[in-house]
Design a protein around this ligand. Structure first.
Ligand code: BJW
Length: 227
C-alpha cells in the first residue's frame, strides 16, 4: 500500500444507498436550477424553496443506510490508522454511519445548521424553517443548512492541501469532476507524480486525468479495490 492515501468521494458513492446524484440523468440538477437552490443568492431570493430542498434531502439522508462502499473505506481507515484521509463532497453522514473514524466534509454537512449572522454551527436533524433562531446569538431568519454553495469557500482546504502533498496515492470515487476546487485535486496529485485512480460507474469527463480506472457500481468496485 502507498504510504498515505487521499480518497475523494462524491454523490456516486451514496447512489446505491438511494440518494440522488446531481448530474446523472434524472439527477438533482435536472429537477432543480442550481442557481435557485445552491447559491447564497438563491437563498436570499426564496429561502422557503431552499430550506424545503434541504429538508427533503435531510429526511432522505436520515432514512438511507450506508452501503458496502462506505463500509469498505471505513475498514481501510481502521486497518491503516492515520494513513487514509477521507475527503467527501457529500453532505450526508453515510461515511460516519458506515464506520469511518474521520471524515473531511469539504461541502459541509446537512445534519448541521449554520448561523449566517454569527457563524455558529450546531447539529440539526429535523426540518428547518425561517422561524428558527440561532442558539448563540439569538437572531432569526439567518439560520441555514451548513453546506457550501456555489461561490462560497469550501471547508478544510488547508488540511486537504497538506494531505495531498504527503499522499502516495489519490483515489476519486463516484464524482463527476465538474465542481472546483475538488475537481482540481487529481491535477495537483498528478503534477506531484502521485498515482491516481478513478473509481466510477463509467469514465467521467475528466477520466483522462487519471492513471487507472475501475468501472462499475461503487458497492462492488470499492470493496474489491480495498481487498
Ligand atoms: C457512480 C454511481 C455508482 C453514479 N457507483 N459511481 C474553476 C476553478 C475553481 C472554481 C471554479 C472554476 N470555475 C467555476 C468555479 C466555481 C465553482 C465551480 O466549480 N463551478 C463549476 C460548475 C465549474 N465552485 C465553487 O463555487 C466552489 N467554491 C469555490 O470555488 O470557492 C472559491 C472562492 C474563492 C474566493 C471567494 C469565494 C470562493 C463551491 C462549490 C460548492 C458545490 N456545492 C454543491 C452543492 C452543495 C451541497 C449539496 O447541496 O449537496 O456540492 S454542487 C454539487 O456538486 C454538490 C456536490 O458535492 C458537487 C459535486 O458533485 P458530485 O459529487 O461529483 O456528483 P455528480 O452528480 O456530479 O457526479 C456523480 C458521479 O457518480 C458521476 O460521475 C456518476 O457516473 C457517478 N456514479 N452512480 C459509482 N453507483
Amino acid at each position: 500500500m502507498a504510504d498515505e492515501i487521499v480518497i475523494l468521494t462524491g454523490a456516486g458513492i451514496s447512489a446505491e444507498s438511494g440518494l440522488g446524484t446531481f448530474r446523472d440523468v434524472g439527477g438533482l440538477w435536472s429537477q432543480y436550477d442550481l442557481e435557485d437552490v445552491a447559491t447564497p443568492q438563491g437563498y436570499a431570493r426564496d429561502p422557503d424553496l431552499v430550506l424545503g430542498f434541504y429538508n427533503a434531502r435531510r429526511e432522505n439522508a436520515r432514512m438511507a443506510a450506508p452501503n458496502a462502499a462506505h463500509r469498505a473505506i471505513a475498514r481501510l481507515q481502521r486497518e491503516w490508522p492515520g494513513a487514509v484521509t477521507l475527503v467527501t463532497q457529500n453532505i450526508d453522514d453515510l461515511h460516519e454511519r458506515g464506520g469511518s473514524p474521520e471524515v473531511v466534509h469539504m461541502h459541509g454537512e446537512i445534519m448541521r445548521a449554520l448561523c449566517a449572522s454569527c457563524g455558529h454551527r450546531w447539529g440539526w436533524t429535523g426540518a428547518m424553517s425561517r422561524e428558527d433562531t440561532c442558539p448563540a446569538c439569538g437572531r432569526g431568519a439567518l439560520v441555514r443548512p451548513d453546506v457550501v454553495w456555489f461561490g462560497e469557500m469550501p471547508y478544510h482546504l488547508d488540511l486537504i492541501g497538506e494531505r495531498l502533498e504527503r499522499a502516495g496515492l489519490f483515489v476519486a470515487i463516484g464524482t463527476s469532476g465538474a465542481v472546483y476546487p475538488a475537481a482540481g485535486f487529481v491535477a495537483e496529485a498528478a503534477g506531484a507524480g502521485v498515482p491516481t485512480i478513478e473509481i466510477n460507474l463509467e469514465r467521467s469527463e475528466v477520466a483522462g486525468m487519471f492513471d487507472r480506472h475501475i468501472l462499475g457500481p461503487a458497492s462492488e468496485t470499492v470493496p474489491l479495490w480495498v481487498e
